[in-house]
Design a protein around this ligand. Structure first.
Ligand code: CA
Length: 234
């Protein structure tokens, strides 16, 4: 499992320790020493998960969590709060503010890595290496293999990530902007029609095995992967 993790922590020694451990666990870590820097980073590219210290200089971690939850674009980013406070009411406040989990310092690196894995599995399955099966297609992130039954499907890296995201979020309509954020990870420098190009390539790759119909165009909205046949006229 390799996820893009935004680590927001103002104490350099702790930041270093956490980043080193997450790096060893295979994650890509982007660091911020305060909430304002973290907001700038999130504006450029959505992370798969935010590891957020409660006590920060300037805006607090809990306030940043509240803002991420209030913004449509960042609403679903998984958040794990880090805190030196161990009181039950703080934990409740953190979870009410929308944190997915809560870890009290000091914690072991192994515990942190395990908690991250659990939250990603629950909230961002496209960032885990769990195999996915849907509508007769199987995709294995660990080996980068896609197959329809016994028949292998060859995909480019972007089509693979696109299919992985769609298969882990089926039956939902995703706008082009959302797909850029989730699959390309950076919505600033890529045009929305790029999404159409890669959807076309993905369909072309799925056509020989008869699965191109899984990727449906929802007019005026975006794309959806569905194991149900598309409704006529949609
Ligand atoms: Ca702190």
């Amino acid at each position: 499992m390799a996820a893009n993790i935004l680590l927001v922590e103002d104490e350099p020694a702790i930041q270093e320790l956490i980043a080193a451990n997450l790096g060893r666990a295979g994650h890509h870590v982007v660091r911020a020493g305060d909430a304002e820097t973290a907001q700038r980073i999130v504006r450029d590219a959505l992370p798969d998960l935010v590891l957020l210290d409660w006590m920060l200089p300037g805006m607090s971690g809990i306030e940043l969590a509240r803002r991420l939850r209030a913004d449509e674009r960042t609403r679903t980013i998984p958040i794990i709060m880090l805190t030196a406070r161990g009181e039950e009411q703080d934990k409740v406040a953190g979870l009410e503010m929308g944190a997915d989990d809560y870890i009290t310092k000091p914690f072991s690196p192994r515990e942190l890595v395990a908690r991250i894995k659990a939250v990603l599995r629950r909230r961002a399955p496209q960032a885990t290496e769990d195999p996915v099966e849907l509508g007769g297609l199987s995709l294995d992130p660990a080996t980068h293999r896609v197959a329809a039954g016994e028949r292998p499907v060859t995909l480019g890296p972007t089509e693979f990530r696109l299919l992985h995201f769609l298969m882990t979020h089926p039956e939902r309509v995703h706008s082009r902007a959302q797909l850029l954020d989730q699959v390309w990870g950076d919505h600033v420098f890529v045009e929305e029609r790029t999404v159409d190009v890669h959807v076309r390539r993905l369909r072309a790759a799925l056509e020989p095995v008869g699965h191109d119909g899984l990727i449906q165009t929802v007019r005026g909205s975006g794309y959806r992967l569905s194991a149900q046949p598309a409704v006529a006229g949609v």
